[in-house]
Design a protein around this ligand. Structure first.
Ligand SMILES: [Fe+2]
Ligand SMILES: [Fe+2]
Length: 334
């Protein structure tokens, strides 16, 4: 269960390039035309082996399904359909653009070197995901999101922009403002028994994991919108291509959720050497994870929702019978 950096980064031999809508993109197709995610020749096997090792010892993986989010996408599918039928596409254009820009920032993962966790963990971690953070897991993830600088293939950032342009056409709306930070900010009450450089990485990985879970919600939503036959009537073929583009991004993301979930789940089971003696990981990881789930699944939703309502109402004001249109929009809420 020990893998080299090169093995984690290794690619399948593809029968065809992943070319869509004029973009050359990462990953590739097999001889039957099925999409294969980039850098997954060994990465999935490794993650599955480590996962089986963990669960085989009676330790669970965390629940990282969308069920842990208290709320779904806002606006919901019916509201989105209503807005698009009125010719109001800004909300979706903005979400797709912001998602692409945030994906590009994920490239930073490739530059991160974690401190040596073996220094503070009692058990041998050489055959775990935790022991492979710097052996390709972060670099592969960063390249999946923002691209490999040595390749000409686009990654998730470009894939989102391509999906957006397939739906709306290039430059259909202005580029929106993008939030600086989409993770849970560090709170004063956050106390860690491990040194700050380690705690910082654990906190960061939990944030990225929850952002990935939230993204899953948006994938389903975007695919349903693009595939809906009543929408984008003048460009149905392009809309279906957009849905396929998002489906491929979604397939790539599964490996991110899997290894991040695995690392946090492993950390819960390790014995940490702290100033106050030995401590089981779950003793301090669990409370932090719970806060993380609450923030991403609940607290941030309210904030985003308020902002989005404001923007939607502002744009709907220009519609004829604005008041009743706004009322109809709200009546479709989940
Ligand atoms: Fe991504
Ligand atoms: Fe991701």
């Amino acid at each position: 269960m020990k893998y080299t950096f090169e093995e984690i980064m290794s690619e399948h031999e593809y029968a065809q390039a992943n070319e869509m809508a004029g973009y050359l993109l990462h990953g590739g197709l097999d001889s039957e035309g099925n999409y294969i995610s980039p850098r997954t020749k060994k990465r999935w096997d490794a993650i599955n082996e480590w996962s089986n090792n963990l669960t085989g010892q009676g330790n669970p993986l965390l629940d990282c399904s969308v069920q842990i989010l208290k709320y779904g996408n806002y606006p919901n599918f019916d509201q989105a359909k209503y807005l698009l039928s009125l010719g109001e596409g800004t909300f979706l254009w903005n979400s797709l653009t912001i998602t692409g820009i945030i994906e590009a920032r994920g490239r930073a993962l490739a530059e991160i070197t974690a401190p040596d966790f073996q220094q503070i963990i009692k058990e041998d971690i050489s055959q775990t995901a935790t022991g492979h953070m710097n052996k390709g897991l972060f670099v592969a993830h960063g390249f999946d999101e923002g691209g490999d600088p040595d390749s000409k293939q686009g990654a998730h950032d470009q894939m989102w922009f391509a999906a957006r342009d397939l739906l709306f056409g290039k430059d259909a709306y202005p580029i929106p403002e993008v939030p600086d930070n989409i993770g849970r900010p560090v709170e004063e009450e956050d106390k860690w028994p491990i040194p700050v450089e380690y705690a910082g990485i654990v906190d960061f990985l939990m944030n990225v994991l929850m952002i990935e879970v939230r993204a899953e919600c948006f994938f389903q939503f975007s695919m349903n919108i693009a595939a809906c036959e009543e929408l984008f009537q003048d460009r149905r073929d392009d809309a279906l291509l957009a849905a396929e583009m998002v489906r491929r991004i979604r397939q790539d993301e599964a490996v991110h959720v899997a290894y991040l979930n695995l690392i946090v789940s492993e950390l819960r089971t390790f014995t940490f050497k702290t100033e106050k003696g030995e401590l089981l990981g779950s003793d301090f990881i669990d409370s932090h994870w719970n806060k993380m789930v609450k923030w991403h699944g609940e607290e941030i939703h309210h904030e985003f929702k308020d902002q989005r309502i404001e923007i939607v109402e502002e744009t709907l004001k220009n519609q004829e019978n604005a008041d009743s249109v706004i009322e109809s929009f709200h009546r479709l809420a989940s």
